[in-house]
Design a protein around this ligand. Structure first.
Ligand SMILES: Cc1cc2nc3c(=O)[nH]c(=O)nc-3n(C[C@H](O)[C@H](O)[C@H](O)COP(=O)(O)OP(=O)(O)OC[C@H]3O[C@@H](n4cnc5c(N)ncnc54)[C@H](O)[C@@H]3O)c2cc1C
Length: 466
């Protein structure tokens, strides 16, 4: 049967409203937050795991790739098809159950991240992973990218909260994966839809901390700021949030909101300490404050929740503030050892200067996760120059013992840099895993894995991946 015939048959089986075939409708599913991909051949909007099975089997029969898609808020091109594909969009799979006695949530892939904590709140529980996109991103997409956020320094990333997964493999078989032997659930986490489609997750919930204290500190140099963070952590502090903004970022937010941020500062830190015992929270923040002052920081403590919210407004306003400077931005995402942070920030500024794009740096400094943002105007600026600079920023991270991505994933955006980031034997191990779970290379091809020159001989199946 032809590809068109196969998907028309799928539409008849699942129902017209679950399968989109018209090019105009499919066009809306070709992008994520950063990349335009190839227009899908068809889009499936499954409501059950059985619908996903049908979709994967139809794609297999048609011999075309399958691309999983959540809210398409990804920042590395993961959900944007690299080839004409069947897109499986999970936004209708939104069933969510809270099991308070077990402190678990059972969420279908399309559940919006924030909805988990909102549903858990009446039971005195929360779900800590907090990407800034949590009002739109889905659990499936968070699992695909192993998403993080400000709380992740203390509480861990998405994968740390997964107890079990349900997934549909490349053949259309359903699996129930636990964290036990072989930790196949762990293998799926962060695999960007290249090893299977996650249909449901059992997530661990925790009671929220009862007390939180907040401070802001500014520093005359990024070196002093990085030294202050290391000193606080060495002294035993594990703040719930530890966010960094560089001078350009402080200036952008101040221009936007006039919050009274210290424009003279080279770096700003925002810190939350939390816990159930107010004395312990106070003691931890005192450790942080002492370390920051010793490193030359000017410290401002919030005296109440309103003041804390006002301090955090600076960090929350970064995105709109940057949007006023240029209409578009390439949000880079690297992670480096904290000891290298000051050098990395300075080197990125130096590397970026000749390109002339405004560059702003901020991030989750506790994890060494830095987001250098290249601001540009697509109507005037050359996208090739933006990508070249993004590549050079990635190279700075690698030179300093860092990695290509802290939380946004590799996708198609950084795939070309992977050969510089992983040695050939590690790349071969990645491909061996991919070949074992997706021998025909049909799941989200041309993403994450570095391109390979020659494919090992493995059976006769056609290989649609790159
Ligand atoms: C303003 C903004 C702020 C952001 N802040 C953060 C942040 O603080 N931290 C952070 O980590 N990220 C952040 N992101 C990036 C993005 O929101 C995350 O990567 C998020 O996890 C993507 O979720 P999604 O549902 O949009 O997934 P999508 O973008 O739709 O997909 C992401 C990847 O997961 C795969 N996928 C989707 N669903 C499934 C599934 N069911 N099974 C298997 N694979 C699947 C896709 O194929 C793709 O490779 C931000 C993005 C924006 C736009």
């Amino acid at each position: 049967m032809t590809v068109t015939g196969e998907f028309a048959r799928l539409q008849r089986r699942l129902g017209g409203d679950k399968v989109l075939l018209r090019p105009a409708e499919c066009s809306s599913y070709r992008y994520d937050a950063i990349q335009f991909g190839t227009r899908p051949l068809a889009v499936v909007l499954p409501e059950t795991v059985e619908d996903v099975v049908e979709a994967v089997r139809a794609a297999r029969a048609a011999g075309v790739p399958v691309v999983g898609r959540g809210a398409a808020s990804g920042l590395s091109g993961g959900a944007a098809p690299a080839q004409p594909s069947l897109v499986v969009s999970f936004t209708r799979m939104t069933s969510l159950r809270i099991l308070p006695q077990r402190r678990e949530a059972v969420a279908q892939a399309g559940v919006v991240t924030l909805a988990v904590s909102e549903a858990a709140r009446p039971y005195g529980l929360m779900y800590p992973p907090d990407p800034a996109s949590l009002r739109t991103s889905t659990i499936g997409g968070n699992l695909g990218e192993n998403a993080g956020g400000p709380l992740c320094f203390k509480y861990g990333v998405t994968g740390d909260y997964v107890k079990a997964l349900q997934m549909v493999d490349a053949e259309g078989e359903i699996h129930h994966l636990s964290r036990g032997a072989y930790d196949l659930a762990g293998l799926l986490i962060g695999s960007e839809g290249t090893l299977g489609l996650i249909t449901e997750a059992t997530l661990r919930l925790v009671p929220p901390a009862q007390h939180t204290l907040t401070l802001q500190a500014s520093f005359g140099s990024v070196e002093a700021c990085a030294a202050a963070v290391s000193a606080a952590i060495s002294a035993g502090a594990v703040p719930a949030k530890l966010e960094f903004m560089d001078a350009a970022c402080i200036g952008a937010v101040e221009d936007y909101l006039n919050l009274g941020l210290p424009r003279h500062a080279a770096a700003l830190l925002l810190v939350d300490s939390d816990g159930d015992d107010p004395a312990q929270v106070e003691a931890e923040l005192a450790v942080v404050e002492a370390a920051f002052r010793a490193a030359g920081g000017e410290v401002r403590r919030a005296r109440n929740p309103q003041e804390a919210a006002a301090l955090w407004q600076a960090r929350r306003s970064v995105s709109p503030a940057l949007g006023r400077i240029r209409p578009a931005r390439m949000n880079e995402d690297i992670a480096v050892p904290r000891s290298q942070l000051a050098q990395v920030v300075a080197e990125i500024q130096a590397v970026a200067a000749p390109y002339g794009f405004p560059l702003v740096q901020f991030g989750h400094i506790g994890d060494g996760n830095l987001h250098p943002n290249i601001l540009f105007d697509p109507r005037q600026d050359d996208p090739a120059q933006v990508h070249e600079l993004a590549h050079r920023i990635a190279q700075v991270a690698l030179r300093h013992g860092g990695v290509l991505s802290g939380e946004h994933g590799i996708g198609s955006m950084k795939r070309a840099f992977m050969a510089e980031a992983v040695d050939p034997s590690t790349a071969a191990a990645y491909w061996a895993v991919k070949d074992a779970l997706d021998p025909a290379g049909r799941l989200n091809p041309a993403k994450l894995l570095p391109p390979r020159a020659a494919r090992p001989v493995r059976g006769e199946e056609p290989h649609v991946g790159a």
